[in-house]
Design a binder for this molecule. Structure first.
Ligand code: M6R
Length: 617
């Protein structure tokens, strides 16, 4: 949540900051701002709304300078207004700060500062941090230099803070210098020639440098044009290494698509191929996941798996639960990260925990990872964000290689996560009871999935027609059984987050235990009923809805007839073995929610109140 970028160098800071903010907009987009140092003055521009508003503001009211910090916000404390936009300043007006995270004890610190005659211009927790650092800076008179004085003030202030932060700070009295620190929120240092960057994510600086240092929690960093320094907030040295950034510069370009979400839905065949690339062995009829860093013997000893994640990742985990239990026969539980971190789930030495996360920065999932490690579990990641915090703190794992996902609604990363969980189930299954023939059959079917997705995408116009028919609805139900129960949940999440339709997902069998009360002529029900062992059970549930005059959209397998008689609309997916149907059935539902949202004129890629990366609790 929130994106920050700071720059020190020889170039014009405002344009670099604006470009970086545009690339970070997925992290939050309700207000933005920048402070640029010029002739000993920190000039600030900030406003509510999208980065485009800031761009217009900076164009109409120019600022210059080679040192600056900037921010795009997802509001936690205080409404998205001009005054709550970052940067925030200290009492002297000379220290500017941008912050990603939450200062939990801000109220207490604010009261203390108000008693010391500080006046606040915003309702944010972040301003408290700016004022506190500024206060300590003013008090530190015996430092050897202004930079040392600022360092001491930052350390002192942060030692009083409870919460999370990734911050960047500039001071009007210290030209050509930015300081930053992190705890629980990501911060990356970019190394350029005669320039350095500090940002929440490498994508913000990708057009300028390929060399980055991913800072660790507890790091304090100072950047100047020609130098940088990283130390521990607690004193002493910090460990770091320089990484080569692999992200393609144009990876975030939208091309000819009207929205990133549609582009990313269409990228699924490739994303799945990339998830499988080099990971399937026909010779051994298994999957090869070297990143797990576990021997076959160690994998053989695993007797329980816990899958943790949030939102879409938790739905992928639920598909994984069915896959691991049916293919590998390993007891598996799914726990959403925000619950796992506060539960006290018993684990033993043979419990293996996975944290599933697109961004690799979701705070609740990171906390679930740390809780698992604290309990002595081996915790592995299934992550898209290369070198993200979860990737770095895991004991091993599998990268998704799905490429950058910009649309807030997760699409290609969902199918990529399910693909990796299928590979994992194959690997663990082959170590246990799955035969060579079973393994080879699964591999052959899995390899056909990308092309099958392609055929669903080719039929998008038909899905668009169905979307147009139902776009005015205000509530929807999604139902599925077995492997497709999690797909009902995921489809409902897609629908509500981008079209603001009240949508809920249910196990079809639960219908008569309460949900059926919601069935009416105004509430369409979507049934995911591929040709599998529970098809007939789904049909009975569809009949129950039909009998109560509820409109029905059925999703079934090509060639399967019967639903046309009882459904108002039927969409088809290619045939596949039941464990692989979720990889297909979600695609028409992603398109359905996309087209409904587009038809309703919603901001598909940036839905209200949401952000792509949820780095606050
Ligand atoms: O980056 P993560 O996979 O950890 O994110 C988890 C959720 O915040 C995310 O899947 C969210 O639910 C999506 N916006 C849903 O489309």
């Amino acid at each position: 949540m929130c994106g920050i970028i700071g720059y020190v160098g020889e170039k014009s800071a405002p344009s670099i900051l604006l470009d970086g903010l545009r690339r970070l907009e997925y992290r939050g987009y309700d207000s933005s701002g920048m402070a640029v140092l010029h002739d000993g003055v920190l000039e600030v521009r900030k406003c509510a709304g999208r980065i485009e508003n800031l761009r217009k503001l900076v164009a109409s009211s120019k600022i210059e300078g080679n040192t600056g910090i900037s921010h795009t916000r997802w509001a936690t404390h205080g409404e998205p207004t001009d005054s709550n936009a970052h940067p925030h300043f200290d009492q002297s007006g000379k220290l500017a700060l941008v912050h990603n995270g939450v200062i939990e004890n801000y109220q207490e610190l604010r009261t203390e500062l108000i008693e010391l005659d500080h006046t606040f211009k915003s309702d944010t927790d972040s301003e408290v941090l700016a004022q506190l650092i500024g206060r300590y800076y003013a008090e530190e008179e015996n430092s050897t230099s202004l930079a040392a004085r600022l360092t001491d003030a930052i350390k002192k202030a942060l030692s009083r803070v409870t919460g999370t932060y990734g911050i960047a700070i500039a001071h009007a009295d210290i030209p050509g210098l930015i300081m930053g620190a992190r705890l629980g929120s990501p911060l990356v240092l970019g190394l350029g020639e005669n320039e350095h960057f500090l940002a929440s994510d490498v994508s913000a600086m990708i057009t300028h440098t390929r060399e980055a240092i991913y800072l660790n929690d507890g790091d304090l960093v100072t950047i100047r044009k020609n130098a940088f320094e990283i130390s521990a907030l607690s004193g002493g040295k910090a460990d770091y290494e320089i990484s080569e950034v692999e992200l393609a510069e144009d990876a975030a370009e939208i091309g000819d698509y009207p929205h990133y979400m549609l582009k990313e839905i269409h990228e699924q065949p490739q994303a799945l191929r990339d998830a499988m690339r080099g990971r399937l062995s026909k010779e051994d009829a298994t999957a090869m996941l070297g990143g797990l860093q576990m021997t076959s013997r160690e994998l053989r000893e695993v007797d329980r798996i816990i899958l943790t994640g949030c939102g879409t990742a938790s739905h992928a985990a639920m598909v994984g639960e069915y896959l691991l239990e049916s293919l590998a026969r390993i007891p598996t539980e799914v726990e959403i990260s925000s619950e796992f971190r506060y539960r006290n789930i018993p684990t033993d030495k043979n419990t293996l925990q996975f944290v599933i996360s697109q961004s690799g920065e979701t705070l609740d999932s990171l906390a679930a990872l740390r809780e698992g490690k604290r309990k002595g579990c081996r915790v592995l990641g299934i992550v898209n964000g290369i070198a993200s915090t979860i990737a770095r703190e895991s004991d091993g794992g599998v990268y998704m290689h799905a490429g950058i996902e910009i649309g807030v609604a997760a699409t290609k990363t969902f199918t990529s996560q399910v693909t990796i969980l299928t590979l994992l189930s194959l690997l663990l299954g082959r170590i246990r009871h799955l035969s060579t023939t079973d393994g080879l059959e699964l591999i052959a079917e899995l390899e056909k999935i990308p092309e099958k997705i392609r055929t669903i995408l080719d039929g998008a116009d038909r899905i668009k027609e169905v979307a147009q028919r139902f776009s005015a609805t205000e509530s929807m139900l999604f139902m599925g059984r077995q492997f497709n129960y999690p797909i009902a949940l995921e489809a409902a999440l897609k629908m509500k987050e981008i079209s603001y339709i009240q949508a809920s997902g249910h196990a079809s069998g639960e219908l008569k235990h309460g949900v059926i009360a919601l069935v009416s002529k105004e509430t369409p029900s979507v049934f995911i009923a591929p040709d599998d062992a529970v098809y007939e059970k789904n049909v009975s549930n569809i009949e129950e809805v039909k009998a109560r005059k509820g409109p029905i959209i059925g999703i079934t397998t090509e060639g399967k007839t019967g639903l046309e008689r009882i459904c108002d609309e039927v969409l088809y997916i290619p045939s596949a073995p039941p464990p692989l149907t979720p990889l297909l059935s979600i695609v028409p539902l992603q398109l359905l929610s996309y087209y409904i949202a587009a038809e309703r004129g919603c901001d598909v890629d940036k839905p209200r109140n949401l952000a792509k990366s949820v780095t606050v609790e």
